[in-house]
Design a protein around this ligand. Structure first.
Ligand SMILES: Cc1cc2nc3c(=O)[nH]c(=O)nc-3n(C[C@H](O)[C@H](O)[C@H](O)COP(=O)(O)O)c2cc1C
Length: 180
């Protein structure tokens, strides 16, 4: 059983959202929290679009979510909301898939104009999926992350600190008990 699942609803491995994903992964590694990452875009597109509940790949991804104690949801802001790609996967999760889990939504937008997209667009869906413990969130503006020539990402110090604060909300003791 893993302790955490990262659901990345972004498009492309070059996206600065990957910088946030790497930061979360490093945090889990440092804290010895076992985790898996689902990049929704890597799941079979036909299965997502056709809501194929019997797809082996989809079932495996759902199992990873069900097994996790912590769920980190990463999304870019597209058209004032989270991505359609992410929605295709959330649609396939069982009714109360996020019940009794700690959920951390993190968003990356092009401007501060859609700062509240997590609140009005994503959180209601997470609640419908049974999430009652949605931890503090971080909204990052894309210019606060730089994509470097070597394929890594440089995150502004202020954002690094805020991401770290949010991730620190996870109690390592509780996580270790959930791994038993
Ligand atoms: C189709 C599309 C729609 C977008 N809509 C918004 C939006 O409504 N609000 C916003 O703040 N940023 C919007 N953006 C900007 C992205 O959220 C932001 O630039 C992206 O997350 C940065 O990722 P990147 O590194 O892949 O460019 C949009 C980007 C695309 C491609």
């Amino acid at each position: 059983m893993t302790s955490a699942i990262i659901i990345n609803g972004g498009i492309g491995k070059q996206s600065r959202l990957m910088g946030i994903q790497h930061k979360v992964e490093r945090h889990f590694e440092t804290k010895h929290i076992s985790f898996n990452t689902i990049h929704v875009q890597d799941l079979p597109a036909e299965d997502l679009i056709n809501a194929n509940f019997t797809s082996e790949s989809i079932l495996q991804a759902i199992q990873l979510v069900e097994d996790a104690h912590i769920v980190v949801v990463l999304t870019p802001v597209y058209k004032a909301s989270f991505t359609g790609v992410l929605k295709t996967f959330l649609d396939l999760l069982p009714q109360k898939a996020l019940q009794d889990k700690k959920v951390i939504p993190l968003a990356l937008g092009g401007s501060l104009g859609h700062l509240l997209a997590i609140e009005y667009a994503l959180k209601p869906i997470l609640s419908v999926l049974g999430a009652t413990e949605i931890l503090n969130t971080v909204y990052v503006v894309d210019k606060q992350i730089e994509r470097l020539d070597n394929g890594t990402f440089l995150i502004e110090r202020e954002i690094e600190v805020r991401l770290e604060e949010v991730l620190q909300q996870i109690d390592p003791l509780e996580v270790s008990l959930s791994q038993k």
